[in-house]
Write a protein of this length. Structure first.
Ligand code: ATP
Length: 377
């Protein structure tokens, strides 16, 4: 199947030992290997300065790698200038030509290559981005989201094997951003080529991408499907970057089959070994993680109602806020200090106010285990 994939989509993007040290001696990307499967929607996710744009620019040919190679399918493109690579980039500043109408903006790449009859292709592209009606308008007459779609059409008309998107939605307001996320996802599914999308917004990466590479300090911390990264982070960095996590420092006190028994203070907790990225030897230490929405909260007077087999911790409500879809609690307790709990779709218990004694409980299957030597922050 790899040869048919290669012809349909141009093959995987394969970075091998790629790194970038800038002239001032600063290493923005440390040697990394990364394979972006052909036809996938791939996100490079990370905080500002982690090296994601530099990585993207090395794929585009806009930045020369200090070490390593860039391959597209069978072709080593490391030494090729940008215009010789079957790659196009859409930037946050869409840089449309202000004096040309939308049609001519999209036609630009074809005209530059001396192609005379552009009408059919341009119209197809405008339909793809749902701007068929706007062909004769000038860029300034369109909304930000529409202008961004013109930029996408203008890039796609060159039939790249790979479309690179560098924070393309960064300039849009939240609502438009959400619409455009779905829109870009639809376009990618329709054209079937590889999209590599750079963003610092975890929700955006999770919404759009099949595969996300979480970057930190010039390297890829973890790579996987959004659900996998969320449910099975392998470091506190990834756990915290993709949402809120609560952690308990534990010691492994026993094991029955796949289930580990953990001791924390005078509490006992359980965790499944296959949800654990650290060694699971008895006597070893672990960080047990659990997401706020996986935790149930009950008043201490109702402690007897907690089903057996649940992980449970006792504490006191420090803070609560009703945010419509859920109520968020911050709890303090010997083993759950600063825990966040999101209670969704439940009758609000009027006793659950700051100061109330509570029991937190959750299904052990919803915990993940991390190496205990990391910082929790
Ligand atoms: P952002 O979202 O802010 O663009 P990023 O994760 O995309 O962040 P890069 O743009 O790849 O990060 O930059 C990584 C680091 O390299 C940053 O610390 C940046 O200051 C530095 N850097 C970028 N370009 C250069 C350059 N030409 N010379 C020296 N340092 C650079």
């Amino acid at each position: 199947t790899s040869s048919s994939t290669a012809t349909e989509h141009g093959g995987d993007v394969r970075l091998t030992g790629i790194s970038k040290t800038y002239d001032n001696g600063f290493t923005a990307v440390r040697p990394l290997d990364l394979t972006v499967p052909a036809g996938s929607f791939f996100a490079l996710l990370g905080a500002s300065g982690c090296g994601k744009t530099t990585t993207l620019r090395m794929i585009a040919g806009l930045e020369e790698p200090t070490t390593g190679t860039v391959r597209l399918g069978d072709q080593d493109v490391t030494g090729l200038p940008p215009y010789k690579r079957p790659v196009n980039t859409v930037f946050q500043s869409y840089a449309l030509f202000p004096h040309l109408d939308i049609f001519e903006n999209v036609a630009f790449g074809l005209r530059r290559r001396g192609i005379k009859s552009v009408k059919k292709q341009v119209e197809e592209m405008l339909d793809l981005v749902q701007l068929g009606e706007q062909a004769r308008k000038k860029p300034h007459q369109l909304s930000g989201g529409q202008q961004q779609r013109v930029a996408v059409a203008r890039a796609l008309i060159n039939h790249p094997q790979v479309l690179l998107l560098d924070e393309p939605l960064g300039a849009l307001d939240l609502k438009l951003r959400r619409q455009m996320q779905l829109e870009l996802k639809r376009i990618q599914t329709e054209v079937g080529i590889t999209f590599i999308h750079v963003t610092h917004d975890q929700e955006e990466a999770m919404t759009m991408a099949d595969t996300v590479a979480v970057m930190n300090a010039g390297t890829v911390e973890q790579l996987g499907a959004p659900t996998d990264l969320y449910e099975n982070p392998r470091s506190t960095f990834v756990a915290n970057f993709l949402g809120t996590s609560n952690f308990v420092s534990c010691e492994i006190s026993g094991r029955g089959g796949d289930e580990l028994t953990l001791t924390a203070g005078d509490g006992k907790l359980a965790l499944f070994a296959d949800r654990c990225s650290a060694p699971t030897t008895t006597g070893g230490k672990l960080l047990l993680g659990v997401r706020p929405e996986k935790i149930s909260i009950v008043h201490a007077d109702d402690a007897a109602s907690v089903p057996v087999g649940r992980n449970r911790l006792t504490g006191r409500i420090k803070d609560s806020s009703f945010i419509g879809v859920s109520t968020q609690y911050v709890v303090e307790g010997p083993l759950c200090d600063g825990f966040e709990v999101y209670a969704q779709n439940v009758e609000r218990d009027p006793r659950l106010v700051p100061g109330a004694e509570v029991v937190l409980h959750w299904n052990p299957a919803h915990s993940f285990g991390l190496d205990a030597t990391q910082d929790v922050e």
